[in-house]
Design a protein. Sequence first.
Length: 296
Amino acid sequence: MDLRAIGLGLAFALMWSSAFTSARMIVLDAPPITALAVRFLFSGLLGIFIARAFGQTWKLSRVQWRSTFIFGVCQNALYLGFFFYAMQTIEASLAAIIAAAMPLFVGLAGWVFLGDRLRPLAILGLLMGIGGVVLIMGSRLTGGADYVGILACIVGTLALTVATLAVRGASGGGNLLMIVGLQMLVGSAVLSVVALAFESWEVNWTTELVLAFTYATIVPGFLATLTWFVLVNQIGAIRAATFHFLNPFFGVIIAAIVLGEAVSLLDLVGAAIIAFGILAVQLSKQEPKAPIPAKV
C-alpha cells in the first residue's frame, strides 16, 4: 500500500467519522429525515454537475445501475436515515461506534449466509469486535442511553451490511463521480417520500445548523463517498475496509472536541477492542504473496 493510498484512507476515515458529529448538530435544529433528503439532493446535484464537467456520462452498465440503486436505498436512505433519526436521542460518539462495527457485520454475514471461509484470525477479530460492542452497549444502556435510538442505529448498520454484500466486486467501470451523485439522488427521493409522510417542516435556523449542514453536504456527504470509491478502485475493497478500524477512535474524539460529549473509560476500551477486531478481520483476508521461485 503506497503513501497515496494511506493518505486517501486516513482522509476517508476522518471525513466519515465526522459525519456523526455534524448529523447530531443538524437534527437538534431540523427534522432529521427532511434535512437528510435535502442534503442528499444538494450533494447529488453537485456530484452530477462535476461529473458532467469531467465528461462522465450517466449511461452506466447494468451492474453499475444495480449498485447505484442498492447503495442509494440501503446506504443513503436506510443506513443514514435510521442514524439521523436515532441521533435525536443518542450522542454522536455512540452512533459512530455502532456504525464502525459494520465491517464486523459484513464478515459475520458472509460467513453465515454466503459460506465465506474465515481464518482463525478473522474469527478472533469477530469475537473481539462483538465483545467490544456489547461492552459499550451495556455501559450506555446502564447510563440511560435511549434503547430505541440504539436499535435504530443497529438496523441502519444491518442495511449497509446488506448493500455491501450485494454489490461487492461491482465498483469498477468508471464514471465514479456520476455514480456517487446518482446514488445520492436515489437516497434523496426515497427519504423525501418518508419525510412528506411523517415530518413537518419546523426548523430552528441557527449558525450551527447552517455550518453543520453545509459541511455535511460537501465533506462526508460527497467527498468521503468519492474518496471511498477511489480508494476501493486503487487498492481493492478488502484493503480499503482496513481503514474502518480508525472510525471508532475518530468518531469519539471528534464528538468530544466539537460537541463536548463525555467519553468514559469503558467507551475507549470498547472502541479499542472493536478497532482491533476490525483490523484482525481485514488482515485475515489479505492474500499471501506468492513465493519467489528458487533459483536452479
